[in-house]
Every structure is written in structure tokens, then in C-alpha cells.
Design a protein around this ligand. Structure first.
Ligand code: ATP
Ligand code: MG
Length: 232
């Protein structure tokens, strides 16, 4: 199994604030990996470091074995990495269809286009002309995922996709992510919803105070054990 994305001893800062401390983690091709941890432990900072929105001051990030320095904006898509950011970041003045097309800038060849995204999320097709912000939270999350898929990524990074969603919508999200996983795309899922993370992922890392404090295989732990490693 080839490693797709690796953080090796990563130290990252926002200005003078030292947030990530020697973080080492990896996602292999076709793998589904969860990053767990309470609020404020540095999960989003992993994404921000990848995008150079937090500064990498030690260690390195490698994509397909090559050290990368900056993966900002569209460059990420061109490298086969698509990010569904925390809070979804739907552009309010654009229609659903235009939000999706935005994800196709610098797209790579592959199965995902408007038709495929609309087949996965029929509700987006029905409402393609309305503004993205006219959607419910769950629908906005589907739009954010659809937009990421338009780039035909090898790796999909989702930052707390279940945040703010009703339980029944989280279940639907879980089914969608499982279907995506079946297409072979690698997934790095940052989540605090442990059941969603456990159902989808093969491996997990736990973060606390900017460091990885635990890691393992999902099949070796139950939800209670996961919960307690996060609280420690
Ligand atoms: N732009 C920023 N400038 C300075 N500090 C920041 C910035 N963004 C986040 N932080 C701080 O970095 C730490 C880690 O934040 P981060 O957003 O990575 O946490 P998180 O694990 O994603 O939390 P949550 O689950 O609430 O999303 C926190 O102490 C936060 O206050
Ligand atoms: Mg976060």
C-alpha cells in the first residue's frame, strides 16, 4: 500500500502561537483514516498547515512521497487533494450549480462531473439554480462534498462534516461517505462524532494539545474505549 499523504514530525504555528507539536500521521492510497480529538486540540490546524494558512516550522509534509511546501487553494485540487472545510464555506452569492463548478477548476480526469454529483445528491439537482445558502445544513454539507468531488481527488479531507447536523442527517452523511469510500478515494476524516468516524474508518489518530496521543485500528476498539482515549 502506497502512502498518499504524510505528516512527519510537523510543528506548526499561527504567528507566535505554537499549535502542532511533532505530529506524525499518514493516509495510504484507498485508506480511510479518522483524526479525533476535542475542541481546540489542533485538528483544523492540520488542514491549515497543509494549505499554508498555518506556518510549518518543523518536520515536513509529503504527498506521494514528495515533500510539499505549499498546497494552497487550487494547487491542492491539481495535486489530487480536495478539502471539505469546517463550516462548509458555501459561497452565498452563487447558485448550487456555480458552487459545484467552482470545485471543477483545475479538475483532474475522473468519474466526477455535475451529472455524477447530482446522481449522488438528487436534492442538489432539484435546486441547482438556488443560492447555496438557501439549503439546510445537511444539504450545504452535501454541496460542500459535491464541490470537493468535482476535482476528482485521490484524497478527500473532511473537517467535522457532521458538525451542526441533526442525528438523522448524520446517518445519511455516513451512508454517502461509505459509498464514496467504495469508489476507492482515500478519506481523511476529522470528526468528533465517534460513531460516524468508527463506521467509516479503518484507522484512527487521537490528538490532544497539538500532539498525537493515541492511534490504532478501529476494529480493535469500541466506542467507549475511543471516547476514553479522547478524554485523556
Ligand atoms: N488563526 C489562528 N490564529 C491563532 N490561533 C489560532 C488560529 N486558529 C486556531 N487557533 C488556535 O489553535 C488551536 C487549535 O485550533 P484548531 O482550530 O486547530 O482546533 P480544532 O481541533 O480544529 O478545534 P474544533 O474541534 O473546535 O474545530 C486553538 O487553541 C485555537 O484557538
Ligand atoms: Mg476544527
Amino acid at each position: 500500500m502506497k502512502t498518499l499523504l504524510e505528516f512527519v514530525g510537523v510543528d506548526a504555528h499561527y504567528g507566535a502561537a505554537h499549535i502542532l507539536h511533532g505530529v506524525t500521521l499518514g493516509v495510504d492510497e484507498g485508506e480511510r483514516v479518522a483524526v479525533l480529538g476535542r475542541n481546540g486540540v489542533g485538528k483544523t490546524t492540520l488542514v491549515n498547515t497543509l494549505l499554508a494558512a498555518a506556518s510549518l516550522r518543523g518536520g515536513e509534509i509529503r504527498l506521494r512521497g514528495e515533500r510539499i511546501r505549499k498546497l494552497a487553494g487550487h494547487t491542492a485540487a491539481a495535486h489530487g487533494v480536495a478539502i471539505v472545510p469546517q463550516g462548509r464555506k458555501i459561497l452565498p452569492n452563487l447558485s448550487i450549480q456555480d458552487n459545484l463548478k467552482l470545485g471543477a477548476a483545475l479538475r483532474r480526469p475522473g468519474p466526477w462531473d455535475l451529472r455524477a454529483v447530482y446522481a449522488l445528491f438528487p436534492v442538489l439537482a432539484e435546486r441547482r439554480s438556488v443560492s447555496g445558502t438557501a439549503l439546510s445544513g445537511g444539504q450545504q454539507q452535501m454541496l460542500a462534498i459535491g464541490r470537493a468531488l468535482m476535482a476528482n481527488p485521490d484524497l478527500l479531507i473532511l473537517d467535522e462534516p457532521s458538525e451542526g447536523l441533526a442525528p438523522i442527517i448524520v446517518d445519511e452523511l455516513g451512508r454517502v461517505l461509505a459509498r464514496l469510500a467504495d469508489t476507492g478515494v482515500s478519506i481523511l476524516l476529522i470528526e468528533q462524532h465517534l460513531r460516524l468516524a468508527r463506521d467509516l474508518s479503518e484507522r484512527f489518530y487521537v490528538m490532544s494539545k497539538g500532539s498525537i496521543t493515541n492511534a490504532g485500528l478501529m476494529k480493535d476498539v469500541d466506542l467507549e474505549q475511543l471516547q476514553s482515549t479522547i478524554m485523556n
